[in-house]
Unconditional design. Structure first.
Length: 403
């Protein structure tokens, strides 16, 4: 069987997902375009050898609609023979795109394929695409639909994580992210975003709050308590699915949940032969990827389940993984995975995560690939696993091996 190699990985800085954020003026097509151009220019490849570009996008409407991947291919001046497709697996869309790119290379369908994603949350608000799952009463009732924040609080309640536990995790995420930026650990992957006249608009992750401490977080009220306890009473729905729990302890708020941001990512995956054609040295080998469904009311427990599924398929255990990157959708998501698989914190999200830097939905999976790859190279370690929890109860994971 053919192998899939990572030749390069880039990402934008994350900009605050508000109208006063530095990337608000940059359209999503420009975010994606600049990452495709960066991959081409850094590797000096002929884009006629890029068979497909696969971009995750969770709200593919308005400026992000009409197959933004193909539009970005054309806007980036790639060969018109390069195809493009947009995919949506909610928060894991960017990682799913990388896995699809790898699968195309392994199957012999592509020489080079690019996976990644884009999301401009300041311009296209989360939920803009609607959908039957949260909006059709019959479907919502059948699936015990509750908002993700209530699901995160349900995880904390069911698995015994207190407000202090989730706040302490958030403070550590901020500390690690600040240290990573101070030591320039992201410098190989970050591509500054420019405006129409070529001036740099943003060169660093804008969302970070390194001054965060336990005292400042203690002043924040739980963000999901009202929607849980008041009408429409999402707590009651969750407790119908989990009757062993007496009441949900609401512990999550803006400070220990992922930030709303803008950003884009792109990962160049290819065969050994196409890399040799250009004299490119692979940075990593993709050992495998997987997705799984999980219980949709609690929703966010998929990372541990898909990790177990993928590692079993690869003949590995969690102890064989040197570094884990799990999207910090909510602090309890990470705490639960570490608890379930006995993963020490010194292996998990060592450079901080989305609590500190933000989560640009469709782009995050590709960003985490670049983060773990850079850290493997910096530390000389060998194996990394990237995973994300997913809306409607799913998980996606990828294992890479540094070369």
């Amino acid at each position: 069987m053919a192998e899939a190699f990572i030749y390069d990985a880039v990402r934008t800085p994350r900009g605050k997902g508000r109208k006063d954020g530095k990337l608000h003026e940059i359209t999503p097509i420009q975010l994606a375009t600049q990452m495709l151009q960066a991959l081409r220019d850094r590797t000096q490849i002929d884009t006629t050898d890029v068979d497909d570009v696969i971009l995750g996008c969770v709200s593919p409407v308005a400026e992000q609609g009409a197959d933004i991947a193909r539009t970005a291919v054309l806007n980036a001046d790639y060969a018109e023979t390069t195809a493009g497709v947009q995919v949506n697996r909610f928060c894991a869309s960017g990682l799913e795109a990388v896995n699809m790119a790898a699968a195309k290379v392994i199957a012999g369908e592509a020489q080079f394929a690019i996976g990644g994603g884009v999301e401009s949350m300041s311009r296209i608000p989360m939920g803009s695409d609607g959908g039957a799952w949260p909006m059709d009463p019959a479907v919502a009732f059948k699936t015990y639909f509750v908002p993700q924040g209530v699901g995160a609080d349900l995880i904390a309640t069911k698995y015994g994580f207190s407000r202090d536990d989730v706040d302490a995790y958030a403070v550590e995420s901020q500390r690690r992210a600040a240290k990573a930026w101070e030591e320039k650990r992201f410098s190989r992957s970050i591509v500054p975003v420019k405006d129409v006249i070529g001036e740099v608009v943003l060169g660093h992750d804008e969302y970070m709050r390194p001054q965060t401490d336990m005292q400042s977080l203690a002043s924040l009220s739980p963000a999901f308590q009202a929607m849980g306890e008041q009408m429409p009473g999402f707590d009651a729905i969750a407790l119908m699915r989990y009757p062993e729990i007496e009441r949900i302890n609401h512990v999550h708020h803006a400070g220990n949940s992922s930030g709303i941001v803008d950003g884009s990512s792109a990962v160049l995956v290819g065969s050994r032969e196409i890399g040799e054609k250009y004299g490119l040295k692979p940075r990593a080998r993709i050992l495998g990827g997987a997705s799984i469904g999980s219980e949709p009311a609690i929703m966010l427990t998929g990372p541990a389940l898909v990790t177990e599924k993928l590692l079993k398929r690869l003949g590995m255990t969690a102890a064989d993984i040197d570094l884990f990157e799990l999207n910090e959708a909510f602090a309890s998501v990470v705490l639960r995975m570490m608890q379930a698989l006995n993963i020490p914190h010194e292996k998990m999200n060592v450079n901080g995560g989305a609590i500190a830097m933000g989560h640009p939905l469709g782009a995050t999976g590709g960003m985490l690939i670049s983060t773990v790859l850079d850290e493997l190279e910096r530390t000389g370690k060998q194996t990394g696993l990237v995973t994300l929890c997913v809306g409607a109860g799913m998980g996606t994971a990828t294992v890479i091996e540094r070369i």
